[in-house]
Design a binder for this molecule. Sequence first.
Ligand SMILES: O=C(O)c1cc(C(=O)O)c2c(n1)C(=O)C(=O)c1cc(C(=O)O)[nH]c1-2
Ligand SMILES: [Ca+2]
Length: 542
Amino acid sequence: QTQQELIADGNKGGNTDNVLTYGMGYHQQRFSPLKQINKANIKKLVPVWSHSLNNNVGEQAQPMIYNGVMYVTNVQQTVAIDIKTGRQIWATPIDWEREAARIVCCGLSNRGVAIYDGKVFVASLDSYIKALDAKTGKQLWRTKVAEWKDGYSITSAPTVANGVLMTGMTGGEYGVRGFVAGYDPQTGKELWRRFTTVAPGEKGSETWPNDDSYLRGGGSTWITGSYDPELDLTFWGTGNGGPWNSKWRPGDNLYVASVIAIRPKTGEIAWHYQWTPAETYDYDGVNENILADMTIFGQKRKALLHADRNGFMYVLDRTNGKLISGHAYVPVNWAKPTIDPNTGRVEETDVAARIRAGEQVELQPRWTGGKNWSPMAYNPNTQKVFLPMQEETAIYQLNNKDMPNYKPGERYMGATNSTKARDPKLPWGYFGALDPVSVKADWRIPQVEFPIWSGTLVTGGGIVFTGKLSGEFMAVDEKTGKVLWEFQTGSAINAQPITYTLAGRQYVTVLSGLATGTSLRRETAGKVQPGASVWTFAIMKD
Ligand SMILES: O=C(O)c1cc(C(=O)O)c2c(n1)C(=O)C(=O)c1cc(C(=O)O)[nH]c1-2
Ligand SMILES: [Ca+2]
């Protein structure tokens, strides 16, 4: 996989036999023009193989494919599979210090590998990044990214942009200082490290108190950045502030709960946009940033699309970070539902004022967000996005009396949070098709039994693929929202479907395996079993 092949991946003229980038293209659109599987024949979609990954703590990864070989990972191992047969070529355990599990907030997750130049790159939960030989699975080098004992872990897939291997990190609930780091893919040597909180004297330091709170200020980077090769910029979202309660770090706190445009060669920040200034709600701003060239209000725009945990759908100009539109896509009570593009700044309501004053308040969205990390898909032909939208309500209170005590590797919060009892007659939320600019829905299907925590894929065949916690992988009509097909995979789907071809035949693959993140285990208790497998589907041959 050369840099040229990575750029061509994902509907950019590359070979549809390969899936080389996180998000099915550097733009992370999760769109494939393939249409061999379509509305007319979807009823004949059948599994062609399944492969166990021997793991019961959850599958979130997106598989990568090169030359007929699929590379998948979870926290335990990285596995290469022959797509033709579903047989294992190699499996390499990911060694990590098991004690590190205690500093992971939201599940023992690994969202995938990066592949480049004959190597497979994978991160470990205890914050190392490693290169494996793609042919043999043998480890070529290993570099420590951060100290897990200080609360740093890695759950995201690495990426290679302009020849630089980049990784984000996890730890926003443990008072870490967020960063993105760049490495030499050949040797593992660190080339640069860009922190997401600003030190005194640096540009933006006026958004922090003049003390050392930036050192524990959060802003982790736990979802892989997208990349625009023409602008030569990667786009990374940043997580919640540390501690959760912003009273103890007065100011807007750049670059927490923001998107930052990072130059891959140098780590320099070209621009930023802050989704949630003075973030105090655990609204991590890490969700995927989809790059799309769109016609908006009659003008061609180089857009960036983002559905934030804070409840807003954003369309930015990705050349400069200026807001094009920002509207609430789920019920939001902490801010006014439309962001003025002139100021670009979200306006807080009286609910937010009461939260900041330390009252116990019902907050929408809940801290897990209008959408959590499960990535949405974008169809460039229709300019629509497809995503789960969650409508749970938090009971939220900041502790403004006692400053939280910072201890490395321990929770650093200053807030209490619980979920408001749900009316069982109401859905958890919806899965739907939206115009990202107006947030008008073409259709919405209620999430009745469980919320959806799966990634999404949309295809030229007019089909949207996603999965349910109850285990069904499903195909939905892109135009109407009608569920056309379902298949029970045996455990929950929390992962990222892909589609590709082999010898002219279209396949769809998804990982199945109930994740340990947030409240999923509690919500599915007694109904869904953990257990990991890869499922690959194609249209049944006559
Ligand atoms: O602040 C962070 O560093 C951080 C990391 C992660 C993660 O890496 O999985 C999650 C969160 N925060 C988080 O707030 C959250 O709701 C969440 C859900 C999940 C998941 O895998 O389903 N991870 C995370
Ligand atoms: Ca977080």
